[in-house]
Design a protein around this ligand. Sequence first.
Ligand SMILES: *Cc1c(COP(=O)(O)O)cnc(C)c1O
Length: 235
Amino acid sequence: MIDTEIKSNLDNIFKRVGAAAERSGRTMEDIRVIAVTKTVEADRIKNVYEYGLLDMGENRVQELTEKYDKLPTDCKWHLIGHLQTNKVKYIIDKVEMIHSVDSMELAKEINSRAAKHGRKIDILLQVNVSGEDTKFGISPGDVDEYVGIISRMENISLRGLMTIAPFTQDPQVIRPVFRNLYNIYIDIKHKNIDNVNMDYLSMGMSNDFEIAIEEGANIVRIGTGIFGKRDYTKK
Ligand SMILES: *Cc1c(COP(=O)(O)O)cnc(C)c1O
């Protein structure tokens, strides 16, 4: 039996995802919803799995590896938070995609660790569109250079871009951030660069995913909207 609160939260999220997708000329199937499971215990995460949502997002390496062992093997784990270079080795064989590549040093380390495991790993470049110094991510003006260099890394497949909007409820602040990243994404897509497949735009969280979808996101990362307010004391 799925926890009734989590089930109704998920029903609500998917309904809103579908409606926002339609407003942007797409359907629910075009949008990949990632359940952000940080601070949530494995037993509660299982509800999401039972519901049929298999994409899980974690922002810390240790939590990801712990939960990886506790949840079914067909879960797909996304690393969505800042990743330290020295921790790449712990997750390289466990993740579906790394959303938070924010330095060349990190890209190089992912490439060399992936090579050791004989795999090619999907990554997104995290862009700090709003320029807030509290946020990780490369600046918009550096994206082209990063794309050029990463496209030559044999064990990385660059799949798209990711951003986190400023922490505000004001759509007039949030919307232009998403629109900017969409434009960068489309520009790169149109260049048809070898070994670069711009097919994912990861933007939007519980408070702003509808705006993100309207502006072209096709991955949204939802935590509190599914699990309720995070309890940091339990972790
Ligand atoms: C925590 C987190 C989310 C989810 O945030 P909610 O507001 O709980 O939906 C999404 N993306 C990243 C990178 C996060 O760290």
